[in-house]
Design a protein. Sequence first.
Length: 275
Amino acid sequence: MRPRIVDFLNELWQTGLFSYLVPTGTTLYLACVLTVALVFIHRCERTGLSASDAVYLSFLTIITAAIGSRIFYLLQHLPYTVNNPSVILGCGGTASWGAYFGGIGFFIFYLYIKNLPILPYLDVLGSSLGLGPFIGRWSCFMNGCCFGTITDIPWSVKFPKYSHAYEMHIKNGLIDGNSLLSEAVHPVQIYSSLATFIIFIIISWFWKKYRKHPGLTFIIYALIYCTTRFGMEFFRGDVGRYGALDLTLSQFICLIVITSVILILILKDFKIKSI
C-alpha cells in the first residue's frame, strides 16, 4: 500500500518528498517495539520497579519476540519450510503470536532467574502492550500483509499490483493479470490498530486504578485483546479457516487464552479494590 500512498501524495502536492516522508513498514515496526519498550521502562520506574532491569528485559524480550515471531511463521508454513530450508535463516514473514509467546515466555523466565517480582512487571507490560499492534498494524498496512476480506463498503481499500492481496486474488481467479489493483477489501489492519489503541487507553487506566492486585492488569489485557482479536479475524482475507465454524488459527488461540483467563479469574477470586 505504501507505493499507492506515496504516489497519491506526491501527485497531490506536486513533489517527490513523500517518497522519503511516508514511513516504510520496517520503520513502523521498529517504532512499534521501541515505543512499547520506552513506555514499559518509564512505567516501571514510576512504580518503583528496577529501571535497569526493565532496560535489559526490554532489549532481550525484543530479540526473543523477533525470533519467536519468525519461528511461528515458519511452523505455520511447515511444508514450504521443509522443502526450502534456506528460508529458515533468511528474511521474510513473521507472526504476531510467535512474538507474544516467545517474548512473554522469555520475559517471565528472565524475571524468575533474576528473582524479581513477576506479576508487577507483567502488569506494567500489559499496560503498555496495546501500543505494539496500534503501531505495528500500520506496518502491516504499508506492507500489504494481513489484508481483509473482499467488500464493497465505502472505506474499502485496493492494494497495488504484486501485493499480497493482489497475488491471492489472481490465484483465486478474482482478477486477471491486466488488473492494476486488487479487489476492494476491508482495511482490517486499520481496524485492529484503532481497536488496540482503545485497549491501551482502557488498560492504562485499569493498571493505575487496580495495580494493588498483582497479575490482574495483565490477564485483563489478555482477555480484552483476545476477545477483540477473535472478532477482527472474521475480517481477515489472508488466512486459512478450519473446522465446522471456519475459524482461523488465531481464533482458536484466542479461545484457549480467553478460557484460561476466565478460569484464572474464577479460581483466583480477586477482591477488586482501587488504590
